[in-house]
Design a protein around this ligand. Sequence first.
Ligand SMILES: *Cc1c(COP(=O)(O)O)cnc(C)c1O
Length: 396
Amino acid sequence: MKLLDHLQTELTTLDAQSLLRRRRTTDTMCAPRTQVDGKPMLAFCSNDYLGLAAHPAVIAAMQEGVALYGAGSGASHLISGHSRAHAVLEDRLASFLAPHLEQAQALYFCTGYMANLAVISALAAASKSSTDVFSEALNHASLIDGARLSRATVKVYPHSDVAALESLLCASNAATKIVVTDSVFSMDGDLAPLPALLALCEQYDAWLVVDDAHGFGVLGEHGRGALEHFNLRSPNLVYMGTLGKAAGVAGAFVAAHATVINWMVQKARPYIYTTAAPPAIAHALLTSLDLIQGEEGAIRRANVQNLIRQMQQGLHLHHWQLMASSTAIQPILIGDNARTMRIAADLYAQGYWVGAIRPPTVPVGTARLRITLSGSHTSDDVAQLVSAMNQLEAAQ
Ligand SMILES: *Cc1c(COP(=O)(O)O)cnc(C)c1O
């Protein structure tokens, strides 16, 4: 079989470059203390920033949701799959984000990947052959794919380079202009200069699509995310938040002016042509939102901030190169793929599970450990990881 031989050759090449990806199988809930392939581990790699994925109240709400609504939705939202649970969740999300958006409305999606495909392609569909998408260089793959799917002209601007974006906007004659960016860069942990980006979008009559996958629930005093963190409000904002990270369950939503949401219901193919997520998921998310908005959320957010400081202060930084991040994503730049995998394997052998990120997820030559902190880690957990890393560094 020539076709199979070809695939096998390509796989062997990836392996030789330390680029072969492998999955580890977890046997327990998503939590810092976990069991992986039968072995107890202390994990620093999930995006469950508030520790809600295994929260008893969220688990109970999911069970209640299954009892109320059954296992599946049975159809897409526009046929018969749109349940009361989805509708109530969308209303809750819209009122949560209302301080930052004009006439806020929200639309729930099965995944953030689909929400990003939907939002860019739907906005671009408003001006068929005359849309420019301005895409930040370090954007998440789902935004890149959304821009491709839109068939708009895509212009990539360098990371956090507001002046370069302004030149591109200034030179554009497109009827629809869409600037798309991560708020918290998923593999770097730094924040996009959203206030400056929004000012440009207002000046040049462009949409600003903000992907707040790593901000929603964690950033801002009340957990409203990046828009609250920067205190932004504008009719130009189109906000995407995911619900499988800090919210601990699954799915995502787009929140924007009611007219934008109505347009998406008409035009967003990744919304229209897929079965609605199980209503129980939406029902469980109502409890996640209660926790995020309540005292427990505030305590967990404060704990994350303390752990970030503890890690930054504890690591011996003459060899470990912490990247410039103030968020729960604390990457350590290594550079070489094989070396990154070796360090991650050493830590894993000692019982510490951290992410090892290689190209094409990050640019060539910038492979890194991606350490994520969560409100359910203790300061003892972080002290153990820091000590293991400091000893590892001394031994190298
Ligand atoms: C995780 C992530 C997504 C995709 O969200 P899912 O709900 O996991 O599909 C989109 N954008 C960014 C920046 C992400 O980190």
